[in-house]
Ligand binder design. Sequence first.
Ligand code: ADP
Ligand code: MG
Length: 323
Amino acid sequence: MEPILKVDQLKKIYSLKGKKEFIAVDDVSFSVNRGEIFGLLGPNGAGKTSTIKCICGLLKYEGGEILVKGHSMKKERSKGLRHISAVLEGNRNIYWRMTVRENLEFFTGINGLSPAKTRGRLEGLLEQFQLVEQRDTVVNNLSRGMKQKVAIAISLITDKDIILLDEPTLGLDVGMSQELRYLLKTIAKEEGKTILLSTHDMKVVEETCNRLIIINKGKRIVHDTVENVIKLTNQENYLLKLKDSLERNLYEQIKAKSKNIKSSNDRRGIYELSLFHPNDLYHVMEILKSNNVELVSIDRINNRLEDIFIDLVKEVKDDEISV
Ligand SMILES: Nc1ncnc2c1ncn2[C@@H]1O[C@H](COP(=O)(O)OP(=O)(O)O)[C@@H](O)[C@H]1O
Ligand SMILES: [Mg+2]
């Protein structure tokens, strides 16, 4: 099956003062299939917003190609745009002085749809997004999370196939972030929408995305399924609980046998241990046993995308230092 969105060796170069150039997106490639939620992950300054702006036609790109349902965003921008709506950072797609309903109606209007025809969809979205009570509230008076919901509802009212969301959960409280993640999953599943979302929040990706790309400083580090990224990194993490804190020399001995050992800041005798290989656990146990260290418990910690992400981004930084 042809991907609905294809980004092929995208290069975005900003011209700075004095004719200097800055490469914000450097040969990034990925493809998104119909109906999936795809995560564009990276730390601040990675190039996520630039990538999204190129895809939705807000920025020109200097290299590579973006195909939306086969249409080049360079040569057939308006054809491509028929299939895309985007919510950028800062909710710039909503009018803060209009009410929720007026905003939704306005955006159907400028997309050439008659309010009468989209009334059903509008009501449905208000229900789905739990905005029925706020329908006649001026957007400016809503909370940040509510505003974000309005912005996403607007991106859906025109019923395009692909929704681009730049940092959709940024700055939201836990409850609202959870509600939004649930909404995104429902939209993809029940309405068959394709969602590309950028974020630096691993929880969002872990919970909602099928596949992801990780970029850092404009370059792609990983492009895979969320499941594989977690599996492939093959980290062996354990939570080690001891009766007492480790003596310095034992700590150093264990450190020498492991990838990393971190002590818990606030609780004595608790350590997070990362090993290179499961068999290294024998060596660690041996050290503990031969020194009569009293063990309380040892548990395997499931790999967390968050740690993997931090590791991956760090590796790239380390590489750069060694160059
Ligand atoms: N208009 C611009 N002019 C020059 N540099 C820019 C511009 N917009 C973004 N950048 C730079 O490009 C890099 C990527 O930015 P951005 O795409 O916003 O990253 P992200 O969304 O991942 O935080 C950053 O180093 C940023 O400073
Ligand atoms: Mg950004």
